[in-house]
Design a protein around this ligand. Sequence first.
Ligand code: SF4
Ligand code: SF4
Ligand code: SF4
Length: 201
Amino acid sequence: EEVAAVSFDGDEVVVQTKNKKLTLPFKDLVFDKCIGCPYPTPLLYDYLVGKPLPPQGTHEGLNERTKRIEALPPEERLEFWKSELERCIRCYACRNSCPLCVCKDFCSAESREPLWISHAHGIKEKWLWQVFHVLHVAGRCTGCGECERACPVGIPLLTIRHMANNVIKDLFDYEAGIKLGEKPPLLTYSVLEPKIEEEKW
Ligand code: SF4
Ligand code: SF4
Ligand code: SF4
């Protein structure tokens, strides 16, 4: 049925067709990354369409996801990720959509010399590919979620990136893409990182 009008009513979206009126919760229609977005207004832009918006929260949508997984006992968490990653077809759409993956023909995931990851189609290789990508973008990932959006088999890739981003924030008090010119923490080096406390190891 053709949509005649769409309007907002508090936390709900009202869709009007010729014969029907549907009321849908806004949070069911948007990406998790949009729920509680701290930066609904771009921090840098040439031209802003519409009015600037205040922060909508502190990543509540993604925090809910990560909390659900972190609450699982280790064996169940392992099973969860196994069942998700088993679907991976190693298409590399996650990498190709990532604005930070700029290595073009030199991505180490596809290198044969040296062969960092076997091209075998096993769970270990699929897993390793995710570890690879997450570590390569750690401290630079802005949580844009394009990797997850591009994944043809619906693996919740942003959950892993959000977890890594939280670790970076806790350890280095750093969020990627916020301050122009600030160096990502993994591109800097301090003999003693204040929150890592190597001397106490
Ligand atoms: S969320 Fe991070 S890893 Fe995924 S596409 Fe965006 S920058 Fe890349
Ligand atoms: S996964 Fe790593 S090596 Fe491959 S394009 Fe991304 S940053 Fe480069
Ligand atoms: S986009 Fe999805 S299926 Fe493709 S390599 Fe990445 S995780 Fe695997």
